[in-house]
Design a protein around this ligand. Sequence first.
Ligand code: ATP
Length: 330
Amino acid sequence: KEIVMSGIRPTGFLHLGNYFGALRNYVRMQDEFECYFMVADLHSLTTHPDTKELKGHVHRVLAENIACGLDPDKVALYCQSHVYETAELYLYLNMLAYTGELEKTVTFKDKVRQHPENVNAGLLTYPVLQTADIILHRASYVPVGKDQEQHLEMARKFANRFNHRYGDVFPEPHAFNYGGELVKIPSLDGTGKMSKSENQYATLYLADDDDLIRKKVMKAKTDSGPTEPNSVMPDYIENIFQLMRLVSSQEVIDKFTADFNGCTIRYGDMKKQLAEDMVNFIAPIREKAESIRTNEKYLKEIMEKGAEKARKSAKATIELVRNAMGLNYY
Ligand code: ATP
């Protein structure tokens, strides 16, 4: 079986972007591949050094992963910091990554702009740690959203660089989405992507209650509608259609598309429909996650079992790495 690896940072509540960019793929992949899915707690320290809420967020991410359909018996579901081998591989890979190329990473440049007071070395080497996470299991497929595309390119570069310098140990990891193209779920205000830690009022979280979902959807940016038949759709309207395609029936989508093209669309009605379809999609996940999140004994068992599976695979890779690098002295 080919190997799959991915992770989500415990930086807040999971949202529709995490679901449609990542989790939906995880759930399908668990029946086809050998899967490693982690809560990326070490990665969260690059931007969230305060750990007061970390435990709660780790529990939440685990619970939401399971509520979305991930089966801890089929996959290794674990915490990044429980797999110590990650840190060792990260160290070796840091010697193969050049500061110049890391400084050019788009996400790094964004973070420098957003938080100039906390440009730490961990932030710069984020793509190196992410490469370590992935190739530690010699994974070939990495289900992620579009925002991770460049990181995956870097992971391929670092894996290949290791192979060229020390011998073939790692397969090339590739970003993966069942639809082909990687997904980017836009925020409701049309300014960027949905996110755990930015754009909170324009992001739909899997923990949002029904009224909050309705409120957020009704606030999504629209205008007074097209005045000419078959007009070009503005980005923010296209975003609403994109969200509709995720949760609404084909009939509903066809109706509003025809209304748009015929200039009879009423965005208030469209958003009401979208809000109800969102509520129906999110409510069962929210309720299931809530009952898992508060069962600490169960979560502990999951984490222990996941770490054991992940470390078995990690140890085997580290052995290969040390041998390839000539770090075996007796
Ligand atoms: P943060 O705001 O803390 O950076 P995030 O919401 O961007 O968090 P990550 O933990 O960085 O989430 O990413 C987890 C997974 O969800 C990744 O595979 C990422 O590509 C995917 N993802 C995050 N946001 C979106 C989005 N808006 N659309 C599609 N995929 C997304």
